[in-house]
Write a protein that binds this ligand. Structure first.
Ligand code: KG4
Ligand code: ZN
Length: 363
């Protein structure tokens, strides 16, 4: 279990509701506390090490880790923020999308907390959390903005009219970008999670060594899937390329394969996202999710945004990966916009669509 806590003491606490956010959709147990748009604490316990030998997240292991870590993580967040449960104005929790068993742990904890302290509960959308988290670092988002979210579980281009009004412009039709990194790392014999290791290997390799396919960029695909992504064909292409070389006894340069694979991913992500900004006439782009740490993605996106006159915003890596503060700030924005709480009768929804920012109260 890897634990981190981020406290921000440099910002003067602003106005706004004191909200505690709980995140448990995948392999990070996160509890964050914000006042309005000011970050007070962000405690995260990651079970990533426990999944490493399986080459990907094992849902059952993730759920058990959330059960073990929920209370200690909550206690760390309260201590870091120097806040007492009774001072909270509201609780927010990831209601979806994510792994059902993992989500259920966070939702149950949040319901118990909200009932115990008698404060409203908001069941919120995880993807919107990835967008809203930028408010904690860079203040109000230009409206509208687009967001590119890339992680092990999602790859989306979103239109953000404001944090409570988000719609999907494009998504992956198969694997998420981070998932492709993890699968290609595995076939190259590299450890999980694959993103950071491929990123490092790619820096030593030649990105022009092999021309791997760019998914959904052909003439016909562009008509139906202009802003959508596909990475499973790329993974198969890398696998076949490596297999054929190995079968013929040729040496495979892992660094060159990593660099060429990474170039194919980053080329498509950046080209389609900047095309979406241009086509929709939106001049502000937010980058989020674990893959946002990728050095080539950042470099190419900055280059292409600059050329297109698009302002690029990127929260720091600790806020880009899954955490509770991003959920807390969605709660605080919902309160600011006068949204109704979700009550405590809702259930976790693994397939929650991005257009549903918070769950309505059930009868
Ligand atoms: O957002 P995140 O921490 O968790 C979720 O998947 O929701 O993202 C984890 C993903 C993993 O697939 C990991 O391989 C990828 O982000 N990742 C990277 C890099 N660092 C992490 N991918 C490419 N380059 C990186 N430097
Ligand atoms: Zn996420």
């Amino acid at each position: 279990m890897t634990e981190t806590t981020t406290t921000v003491t440099t910002t003067i606490p602003g106005d706004g509701p004191l909200v505690l956010g709980i995140e448990s959709s995948c392999d990070e147990t996160g509890v964050g506390i914000v006042r309005g748009n000011t970050l007070l604490a962000n405690a995260v316990a990651s079970s990533v090490d426990e999944h490493a030998r399986f080459g990907g997240v094992v849902p059952e292991i993730a759920s058990r880790a959330h059960l073990e870590e929920m209370v200690p993580t909550l206690e760390r967040a309260l201590a870091e923020a120097d806040v007492d449960l009774t001072q909270l104005d509201a609780v927010a929790v990831t209601a979806g999308p994510g792994l059902m068993g993992a989500l259920a742990v966070g939702v149950a904890a949040a319901k118990a907390l909200s009932s115990a302290i008698g404060k409203p509960l908001y069941g919120v959308n995880h993807l919107v959390g990835h967008v809203a988290v930028d408010l904690l670092e860079h203040g109000p988002l230009p409206e509208p903005s687009l967001a590119l979210l890339v992680s092990g579980g999602h790859t989306n281009i979103l239109r953000v009219d404001n944090v409570t009004a988000v719609s999907e412009i494009g998504t992956t039709i198969d694997d998420a970008a981070g998932e492709a990194y993890d699968k290609v790392a595995r076939l190259l014999g590299l450890p999980y999670p694959g993103g950071p290791v491929i990123d490092a290997a790619a820096r030593r390799g030649d990105r022009d060594a092999i021309r791997f396919p760019r998914g959904l960029t052909g003439e016909r695909d562009r008509e139906r899937h202009r802003f959508d992504f596909s990475f499973s064909g790329l993974k198969t292409a890398v696998s076949r390329w490596v297999e054929l070389r190995r079968r013929d006894g040729e040496e495979v340069s892992v660094d060159d394969v990593a660099a060429s694979f990474q170039e194919a991913v980053c080329d498509v992500l950046t080209a389609k996202t900047v095309d979406a900004c241009r086509t929709l006439g939106v001049g502000s782009l937010l980058l989020g999710g674990g893959v946002a740490a990728n050095s080539r993605l950042r470099e190419l996106l900055e280059e292409r945004c600059l050329a297109a006159g698009v302002e690029l915003r990127r929260p720091r890596p600790a806020l880009c990966t899954d955490n509770g503060a991003m959920i807390a700030v969605v709660g605080s924005e919902l309160i600011r916009h006068g949204a109704a709480p979700s009550g405590i009768a809702f259930g976790a929804d693994p397939g929650l669509p991005v257009g549903v920012v918070s769950l309505p109260a059930q009868e």
